[in-house]
Design a protein around this ligand. Structure first.
Ligand code: NAD
Length: 251
């Protein structure tokens, strides 16, 4: 069933949350648009102008690594001042309700953690764009010194071990973080309410999680502004603005 009236959507969500004992909130870029972080597929999205460099090109070619860092910093400038929105605060409150509740996110913007959600219960499927790592040894690097050096010399960062340093996000073609994926699958299997919020549900394997949860008897509720390919699987589709629908849970 699709609910597009705001008060009906809020009431249905309150009922489902009240009845659940273990909740997974699965989020995509739509939860962050009200914070000034553009989503991926909207028609005027800067991600279309500056698409991420695929992983195989990044590792194969110095010029591609330079371009990847140029695009990364240009995108970072667009949402440098983003801070959590109503959706993030609502989901942080939901995580605080019960230690079994978790947030599984495709987002790379760190806003769930900034909103106060316990970091150990935020499972990042596509990494985190607020720092970098060496692809060979995994050492963490902060972005500010990398950017200073890149803008001064044009040189891309290289780890002391000789490995390439890359934004700690998962690029197209890059292996998924296996531990995060395994934890997300466990959470989907164990929950009794799976809320898919602000995702177009087309990026796999992440988009397989709602179906996995439903196959293990969880209630599936999709909150999104437009149709998704998994709407037909959901018990309820709450169509509207995420911040508006989650507002009652945000304070
Ligand atoms: P997507 O852009 O494919 O889908 C976002 C969905 O949210 C769309 O269906 C859109 O209509 C909806 N939406 C946007 N704002 C909304 C609002 N205020 N209310 C209701 N619905 C709204 O994003 P995706 O499914 O997360 O896939 C994109 C990939 O790109 C992800 O893997 C992610 O790693 C990456 N990405 C992340 C960020 C971020 O961290 N914030 C931003 C852009 C892209």
């Amino acid at each position: 069933m699709v609910l597009s009236g705001l008060s009906d959507a809020q009431a249905a969500l309150a009922e489902a949350i009240g009845a659940a004992s273990r909740i997974v909130a699965f989020t995509g870029a739509g939860v962050s648009t009200e914070c000034g972080v553009p989503d991926f597929r909207s028609k005027d999205s800067p991600w279309r102008r500056l698409p991420p460099i695929p992983y195989d090109l990044f590792v194969a070619d110095e010029l591609m690594r330079e371009e990847a860092w140029r695009r990364k910093f240009a995108l970072d400038d667009i949402y440098a001042r983003a801070s959590p929105g109503r959706g993030h605060y609502a989901l942080a409150n939901l995580a605080a309700l019960n230690e079994e509740n978790s947030i599984v996110t495709q987002n790379i913007d760190n806003l769930h953690q900034t909103s106060g959600a316990p970091p150990d219960r935020v499972i990042e499927l596509h990494g985190n764009g607020t720092y970098a790592r060496c692809l060979a040894c995994g050492l963490r690097y902060e972005l500010a010194p990398i950017r200073l050096e890149f803008e001064a010399s044009g040189r891309v960062p290289l780890c002391g071990c000789g490995g390439y340093v890359k934004s700690a996000t998962i690029s197209f073609g890059q292996p998924m973080p296996q531990e995060a994926l395994a934890r997300a699958c466990e959470a989907a299997v164990a929950c009794d309410l799976f809320l898919a919020i602000g995702s177009s549900l087309v990026v796999y394997p992440a988009a397989a999680l709602p179906t996995l949860a439903r196959e293990h008897d969880a209630r599936l509720i999709i909150v999104n502004g437009e149709e998704t390919p998994l709407d037909y699987e959901a018990e309820l589709v709450l169509r509207g603005d995420i911040g508006d629908i989650l507002q009652p849970f945000a304070s």
